[in-house]
Design a protein. Structure first.
Lengths: 134, 555
């Protein structure tokens, strides 16, 4: 039997907008995944520590403050340093289209903008999770 | 037969006829609801207002219970203050935007600070990396504040500052800039948000735990009542509560519950209710459901008037009045077909005006994508000006009063708000309800229900889940210069090299002593600000003395 997908929903930086992060966290849980939410104001180091400690398959980053170009790549880098580059990392929030190619080149698998249905995020995770589920 | 009995009879007959026709030509939906899921009847008649008593429910404008507005003549006397929230990058860039807005006919300033400033970190703090100047202007010391208001006479404008945990420090900086312009504190007009409870609930820029945070707030109440008498010492905010997903009823209920907590804290600190209550102000959201939003504002005024008079025994009518700022709903804007947002904002602004707002910020069409461009802000401001000067809605007071529908909604919201307040009282008040996560959980449930309704198509969002088109990525969005972080760091190096370090150290030591005791914190903060101590240094002392808030994380 397949095990449940484990997801860390994380809020990097100082941004306090977490309506989206919480809605996503709940939607993923309702879709049968195991979800941990970090709460606000996490440094990339804290996020990666939590990801490794909780042995997650996916890190979902949410940011609306505009600090994504600085914070998202740092999470991917640190995961790599810790030998956890098989963790799927993607992000969402208020992120201009023109920043997306840069973020993807840094290893962020996808960026979901405002208005994305949670069903799309769920499908994306199921189709792209890298670590074996059985 | 009385008029009501006759109408009742006619209504029954009419209802039967309509139901019959309905079988053949059904209505669009099985159940109609407001934007906040309140059921909506087919039609409203005097039967829905059988116990309506004009004097107790509405009263006259400017009179208890202020349902119709806080001033006797409302917009016939003076239009609402048009106040666009703005700020980004450095103090120089924001100063230029303020001057532009004033030239365009804006009548008050509203300062947006960046996240490090809002959380009490200097621009060179490691946690500030990537955040400096992004969602607002970076202010590290009085030197930045002097630049921010350069050429803007502080006795001529009113300034609202969205600052909460470090509100005392930014207010002190404003007072100090005014001193340098030769303007006395008594002549200053404006508002600090200073509402920590909604930061714990919904907005997230808290620093200290509840007890010392409430002390800072009541210290500001006391200080301003003596020295800055025209200053609105708090803006008790439902805006962010609504943005986090609350319904209209929850927005009002949780905001007024927070208001009750502040009043109780100030009374416990030994203040007389009529000394500080006239300077309490509020901040609400305006979403798309026009009539529900208008009813919400009217109900909020009525509920607060009763709370202040009946619960707290306030005697001064000014203590009974709920004065409020409105901002249109950021979370209602779509990144898809962004021009449609202009129409959403128009409806929301209309609701705020029909609801009797004292000041208004209209969002710009591009805000689901980025900070607004100058052109987008101008359209948003023009929207207010068209409502004010062309629509005719400002020519009479509370024009929707007496509508069977609007009065029914107003009554219903009032009733449900009192029910929530009772529940929160039973939990031990707003602070306890927040610590237990009750308020956050209620909001999260509403947010999730809304999202699911949208995804199922039960809520239509034009351009998002219906009437979609293929679009090219938007062009010409505002980008904050990434060099702003470096520039702020250099300014800090120069500041620290050029100031009298002894004066800074001694001011920070006095602040620490005051924090350890019970003296009002405003005078030592003002002294530290005048010595060019940085925001991070001042908040750093308070962090060491007060500790930091650790939220209960859940979803």
């Amino acid at each position: 039997m397949e095990r449940k997908i484990r997801v860390l929903v994380a809020k990097p930086g100082l941004d306090g907008h977490d309506r989206g992060a919480k809605v996503i966290a709940r939607a993923l849980r309702d879709a049968g995944m195991e979800v941990i939410y970090t709460g606000l104001r996490q440094t990339p180091e804290q996020i990666v520590n939590a990801a490794i400690q909780e042995d997650v398959d996916v890190v979902a980053l949410s940011i609306l403050s505009g600090a994504h170009n600085h914070l998202f790549p740092r999470v991917v880098e640190l995961l790599k340093e810790r030998g956890a580059d098989d963790v799927l990392v993607f992000g969402g929030g208020v992120i201009p289209e023109e920043d997306i190619p840069f973020l993807k080149s840094k290893g962020i698998a996808e960026i979901f903008g405002p208005g994305t249905p949670t069903s799309k995020t769920i499908e994306f995770i199921r189709a792209n999770v890298k670590r074996p589920l059985c | 037969m009385t008029d009501f009995e006759k109408l009742e009879q006619d209504f029954q007959a009419w209802q039967a006829k309509v139901e019959k026709a309905n079988e053949k030509y059904p209505e669009r939906k099985k159940q109609f609801v407001t934007g906040s899921n309140v059921p909506v009847n087919r039609v409203y008649t005097p039967l829905d207002q059988k116990d309506f008593d004009y004097t107790t429910k509405l009263g006259l404008p400017g009179e208890f219970p202020y349902t119709r507005g806080v001033q006797p003549t409302m917009y016939r006397g003076r239009l609402w203050t048009m106040r666009q929230y703005a700020g980004f990058g450095t103090a120089e860039e924001s100063n230029a935007r303020y001057k532009y807005l004033l030239e365009q006919g804006q009548t008050g300033l509203s300062v947006a600070f960046d996240l490090p400033t809002q959380i009490g970190y200097d621009s060179d703090h490691p946690l500030s990396e990537g955040e400096v100047g992004k969602v607002g202007v970076a202010i590290d010391s009085l030197a930045d504040m002097e630049v921010l208001f350069d050429g803007i006479p502080l006795d001529k404008v009113s300034t609202s500052m969205t600052i909460n945990a470090p509100a005392a420090v930014l207010l002190a900086m404003y007072i100090a800039v005014a001193e340098k312009q030769g303007v006395a504190p008594e002549a200053l007009n404006g508002t600090i948000q200073n509402d920590i409870l909604k930061e714990y609930i919904a907005r997230g820029t808290y620093i200290f735990p509840p007890a010392p945070s409430m002390r800072l707030i009541t210290d500001i109440f006391e200080y301003c009542s003596k020295h800055v008498p025209n200053w609105n010492t708090i803006s008790i905010s439902g805006y962010h509560i609504r943005e986090a997903g609350a319904t209209a009823v929850q927005e009002v209920a949780f905001t007024l519950a927070d208001g009750i907590a502040y009043v109780e804290a100030a009374i416990r600190a030994g203040l007389d209710v009529d000394e500080f209550a006239p300077r309490l102000s509020f901040f609400f959201n305006a979403h798309n459901d026009l009539f529900e939003e208008v009813a919400k504002f009217r109900a909020a005024r009525r509920v607060w008037a009763h709370i202040m008079r009946d619960r707290f025994g306030a005697k001064n009518p000014k203590s009974w009045m709920l004065r409020f700022h409105t901002q249109t709903g950021g979370s209602t804007l779509t990144a898809q077909q962004p021009d449609n947002n202009i129409i959403r904002v128009t409806l929301q602004a209309l609701a705020a005006v029909l609801g009797g707002t004292q000041s208004l910020h209209t969002n710009s069409r591009d805000e689901a994508l980025a900070l607004p461009t100058e052109e987008a802000v101008r359209i948003a401001l023009r929207t207010q000006q068209i409502i004010a000067y062309e629509s005719g809605v400002a020519e009479t007071v509370d024009p929707l009063a007496g509508s069977y529908y609007v009065e029914s909604l107003t009554d219903r919201i009032e009733k449900e708000v009192f029910q929530y307040i009772k529940r929160i009282d039973d939990l031990g008040g707003a602070v306890k309800a927040i610590e237990q996560g009750y308020i956050q959980q209620e909001i999260q449930d509403s947010a999730y229900a809304w999202q699911m309704d949208v995804e199922k198509g039960e809520r239509v969002i034009v351009g998002l889940n219906k009437f979609q088109i293929k679009e090219n990525p938007p062009k010409g969005l505002l980008r904050v210069d990434p060099a702003v972080g470096e520039r702020q760091k250099q300014k800090l190096v120069a500041l620290r090299a050029g100031r009298d370090q002894k004066a800074v150290d001694s001011a920070l030591a006095s602040l620490r002593r005051a924090a350890q005791g019970t003296d009002n914190l405003m005078p030592p903060i003002l002294e530290a600000v005048r010595a060019y101590a940085t925001l991070g240094e001042i908040c750093g002392v308070l962090r060491e003395e007060f500790g930091e808030y650790r939220p209960n994380v859940m979803f």
